[in-house]
Ligand binder design. Structure first.
Ligand code: PLP
Length: 439
């Protein structure tokens, strides 16, 4: 009998005993193609020898050094690498241990920034419905995922939500993408004015929505419009790239494709590639300067921030994903995945939309393709697809069914960046079979 409180109680999970490239092997000898990188984490597959070597090297030096006493060369190097890769304007890095921690830190940075610059009345956070920013109290309050929030709502701090940019369901008949972007920006501006233009602290969004919608990117112009609204009212823009960042969409940062730079950016998942738990917040000079010239500190901190082995692993992951052909492979394989899914599932009456960027793809499952009616949540379509896929030796990341708005089930695919054409074709084949068996 297990002594672990597993995510779902009463189901028997296979025991993972080995990782081999893009495959995970269980104790029965079955192997699973990691088509989702776990939850968009394993960007280099499993057991990458160079990352293991970097970790071993660091373990032989020093495994832990508390950040109130020391810095380490690996943490400093990682920060330099990230700043070098980030769009101009993001000049400093705060290292944490995961995505939720990164979001919490970013929210506290935003708040402290306004305290430092003499605008303590700014306290409101606006985010989007159908978003996910983590499971800790502040991050959960920020996200708009109704199912995840439901029972905790009474203890969550107050936050505010506007519509996500979700063209498949919300673009109106005859509306251009530009007009849609304008409509959403107007909705955001209305919300700012309703709350008080000088009382809003931050707007938080995932550039490409991961867990809640399944690889839904914005229409062009959307983030430019959002940036304009934030600038007009002096609001900080926090982009959550925990899932879509670190090369997942074909550029190191997803925001690069939107032509904007946020004030604060959260990253995790692909940063450590699953080799170590690590996340980070990138922040602008403006915010750093307010802290440096003000109180002289950021009033935050966890025991494991800047962990040397995590930093060593992430530094190597970053070095590898920025090598010459890596992003090119993400783009090439992403196109192949999209084309394969279009061909295999495009005509299915139960597949409403296939979308995404790079190696971040989503398949939306519907009961009726014409009306876009989702399946009854009671049918737990996402769970059935996951089970059928695992049976066929495929890890994919199906979610949904119980989220507010007219959103149903979707399957998220996020395979490692090192994936090859024949493995992409295997994902398509196994997922199509799994969906056909489940619906
Ligand atoms: N933000 C986004 C966009 C995410 O997708 C996630 C996790 O899925 C998180 C934050 C939370 O990250 P973590 O699970 O590492 O705490």
């Amino acid at each position: 009998m297990t002594k672990i409180l597993h995510r779902t109680i009463g189901t028997t999970l296979p025991t993972a005993v080995a990782g081999e490239g893009i495959y995970v092997v269980d104790s029965e000898g079955r192997s699973y193609l990691d088509g989702s990188g776990g939850a968009a984490v394993s960007c280099l597959g499993h057991n990458h020898p160079e990352v293991l070597d970097a970790m071993k090297l660091q373990m032989g030096r020093i495994s832990y050094a508390h950040t109130s006493f020391f810095t380490t060369d690996v943490a400093e190097r990682l920060a330099e690498q990230l700043v070098e890769l980030a769009p101009e304007g993001l000049d400093y890095v705060y290292l944490v241990s995961g995505g939720s921690e990164a979001v919490e830190a970013a929210l506290k940075m935003a708040r402290q920034y306004f305290v430092e610059v003499g605008q303590p009345q700014r306290r409101h956070i606006i985010a989007r419905r159908q978003s996910y920013h983590g499971n800790t109290i502040g991050a959960l309050a920020t996200g708009g995922n109704a199912w995840r929030r439901a029972q905790f709502k009474p203890i969550l701090p107050e936050t505010h939500h506007v519509s996500p940019c979700y063209a498949y369901r919300d673009l109106q008949v005859g509306e251009t993408p530009e007009a849609y972007a304008e409509r959403l920006a107007a909705e955001l501006e209305d919300k700012v004015l309703e709350l008080g233009a000088d009382k809003v602290m931050a707007f938080v969004a995932e550039p490409v929505v991961g867990a809640t919608l399944g690889a839904v990117g914005p229409v062009s112009d959307y983030f430019k419009r959002v940036r304009q609204v934030c600038d007009k009212y002096g609001i900080l823009l926090i982009l959550d790239e925990v899932m879509c960042g670190m090369g997942r969409t074909g550029t190191i940062f997803a925001m690069e494709q939107e032509g904007i730079v946020a004030d604060l950016v959260t990253i995790a998942k692909g940063l450590g590639g699953g080799f170590q738990p690590i996340g980070a917040v990138l922040l602008s000079e403006k915010i750093y300067r307010a802290f440096a010239d003000g109180s002289g500190l950021f009033q935050h901190g966890h025991t494991y921030i800047g962990h040397p082995i995590a930093a060593a692993a992430a530094s190597k992951v970053v070095e590898i994903i920025t090598r010459a052909d890596m992003m090119a492979n993400v783009i090439r394989m992403g196109k192949r995945l999209q084309a394969g899914l279009d061909e295999a599932l495009g005509q299915s009456p139960y597949v409403g939309d296939i979308r995404g960027r790079g190696l971040f793809r989503g398949v939306e499952i519907v009961a009726d393709k014409d009306t876009k009616q989702p399946f009854d949540p009671a049918r737990k379509m996402h769970s059935r697809i996951k089970k059928e896929a695992m049976r066929r030796g495929l890890m994919c990341y199906p979610m949904g069914g119980t989220i507010d708005g007219a959103q149903g089930d979707h399957v998220l695919l996020a395979p490692p960046y090192i994936i090859q054409p024949e493995e992409i074709d295997l994902i398509v084949e196994r997922l199509s079979d799994a969906i056909r068996a489940a619906v």
